[in-house]
Design a protein around this ligand. Structure first.
Ligand code: TEU
Ligand code: CA
Length: 530
């Protein structure tokens, strides 16, 4: 957005004042667009790039500084784009390269940056490299992936796929297996082979040249697997006694992964204005190793703790400490396309929504970036998707033991009293829940008490305060079930309890939150001029 953000974190390690000062991404608010479900321009039931372009004014009026687009590359969509068949194109369902160009141009015209998703851990099984590896069986192509012989008809080792079952699939009628830490349609690349890093250098340069402002890196720490492919040691489970994998034995996160990001950061450094790397890393310990002046700029401070003041305080401090030795700040987030929507996690319906409003304010006042997941600004809940309509490989490959992630990926409701809440005149790829009409953007825009109006107000206030907010915050003494912090002129209070709290802390220049169950408007926003 047009709001210039000039907040100065502690400057260490020889970063020039100018470099820090001119960083557009520090304290920015990003908005994650799940491309397939955001906006459908041609009414075929599937979101697309021109749809996003047509909604940029909505995103500008919301007040975001940047977008993260989930993968839009040609893909068989076995994991909805996280199975890339061609890293240099656009899935025809989503548009063309020209559509990408217009999207970037129009976003930039509105002062909005565009991050794209890069998937370096694995390709699609329909990527020409993997097809050649299977067809020819030649060593050169196979060496780009992990092929290994099985052990007496069993997989080469005991590693498991994140989607259930072994991380290996056997080739038909052959002794070899190939590795996939996710679905069988997502074979893992062999980053030890120099051809692979060389290809990704080309890919990121290609998109930087097309105007991308940076990358969200999928499963960022997994690129190099442990070289010996050794079995994970098994130990008896603490409670059940059943064999379980021993902690502290890394099959990913090898030291060489850091070389990749140092290399990418170097490439990014040759572009103006500054481009950024956001790693899909949630673990604070790992964040402290990867968020560095010469590696990643950001990673996700995922706030998925139970609704409890001390648990939230602890988590906030853990994530703040993780970046304390860098010039970066945490990137607060509560939801994405892989997790149950946080309104639902926090208790669902009215209560969950009020808590979600409070948690957003709590996090938006903190130093750092904030990542909104599309629909969060509407207070959307996890949707029920009938089992026969579910498409997530996590649901499919666990044979339904895991409900899958479709419930947070249901298309955006744009307009009330229209088919499929205004997303599309055709049935959307995932069905719109009947009651979603009332969540529609147009309805919420008309109401001053809607979640959307709250987000707009808070982002505007944040933008207005930006120049006066230091990178430092301090916790203040607070009553039980309550967190209070001060950050320069801003004071934020969040009530995690069930009873209304009267605070004697003045909330002079900032906003204060109080949850008053049973009241029509349980949230209080104290603005500067009140
Ligand atoms: O997710 C990687 C990841 O570690 C998880 O959040 C994953 O969804 C979970 O382990 C499943 O049990 C990324 C993407 O965000 C996700 O959508 C993809 O499915 C995954 O990588 C594979 O590309
Ligand atoms: Ca479409």
């Amino acid at each position: 957005m047009a709001c210039p953000v000039f907040l100065f974190p502690a400057i260490r390690g020889g970063v020039s004042w100018r470099a820090v000062r001119s960083s557009w991404w520090r304290n920015a608010v990003f908005y994650q667009v799940y491309v397939r479900s955001f906006a459908d321009s041609n009414d075929d039931g599937v979101g697309d790039l021109p749809g996003i372009t047509s909604r940029l004014d909505y995103l500008r009026s919301l007040g975001v500084d940047g977008l993260w687009l989930t993968p839009f590359y040609p893909s068989p969509q076995k994991d909805h784009g996280y199975d890339v068949a061609d890293y240099y194109g656009v899935n025809p369902e989503y548009g063309t390269l020209d559509d990408f160009g217009s999207l970037v141009e129009e976003a930039h015209r509105r002062g909005i940056k565009v991050l794209i998703d890069i998937v370096p851990n694995h390709t699609s099984s329909r990527h020409p490299w993997f097809e050649a590896a299977l067809a020819g069986g030649d060593d050169q192509h196979r060496a780009r992936y992990h092929f290994a012989r099985g052990r007496d008809g069993a997989p080469p080792n005991n590693w498991q796929s994140a989607f259930g079952g072994p991380a290996w699939t056997q080739l038909e009628g052959a002794p070899e297996w190939y590795m996939h830490l996710f679905a069988p349609e997502q074979p893992d690349l062999n980053w030890w082979n120099p051809v692979v890093p060389a290809e990704f250098r080309k890919i990121i340069t290609y998109w930087l040249d097309r105007g991308a402002d940076g990358f969200r890196i999928d499963v960022a720490v997994s690129l190099h697997k442990r070289r010996d492919l050794a079995d994970r040691p098994l130990v008896p489970h603490r409670i059940t006694g059943l064999p379980t994998t021993a902690p502290g034995f890394e099959i990913i996160d090898q030291p060489e992964v850091h070389d990749v990001y140092r290399d990418w950061r170097h490439i990014l450094g040759t572009y103006e204005p500054e481009r950024v790397l956001v790693g899909e890393i949630f673990d604070a310990g790992r964040q402290s190793r990867y968020i560095k002046q010469d590696e990643l700029h950001m990673a996700f401070a995922m706030m998925d703790r139970r609704w409890d003041a001390s648990a939230w305080k602890r988590a906030i401090d853990v994530y703040r400490r993780a970046v304390s030795r860098s010039t970066s700040l945490p990137s607060w987030t509560q939801s994405n396309h892989d997790v149950i929507r946080h309104v639902t996690r926090l208790g669902g319906s009215g209560l969950g929504r009020e808590r979600a409003k409070a948690s957003a304010l709590l996090l938006l006042g903190l130093p750092g970036q904030y990542f909104i997941y599309q629909g969060e600004e509407l207070g959307l809940e996890e949707a029920f998707v009938p089992p026969e309509r579910r498409e997530d490989p996590l649901y499919i490959h666990t044979n339904g033991r895991h409900p899958g992630r479709d419930g947070c990926r249901v298309p955006m409701p744009w307009r009330q009293n229209e088919p499929n809440a205004g997303f599309s005149t055709s049935p959307p790829w995932l069905p719109t829940p009947a009651a979603w009409d009332r969540n529609a953007v147009d309805a919420q825009a008309r109401s001053s008490t809607s979640v959307l109006s709250l987000y707009r107000r808070v982002l505007e206030m944040r933008c207005g305060l930006a120049r006066r907010l230091p990178a430092r915050m301090d916790w203040a003494a607070a009553p039980k079930d309550c967190l209070i912090y001060h950050r320069g002129p801003l004071s934020v209070a969040c009530n995690f309890g069930h009873r209304p709290l009267e605070l004697d802390q003045p909330a002079d220049n900032g906003f204060a939150v109080a949850i008053r169950p049973g009241e029509e408007s349980p949230m209080r926003l104290v603005e500067e001029d009140e």
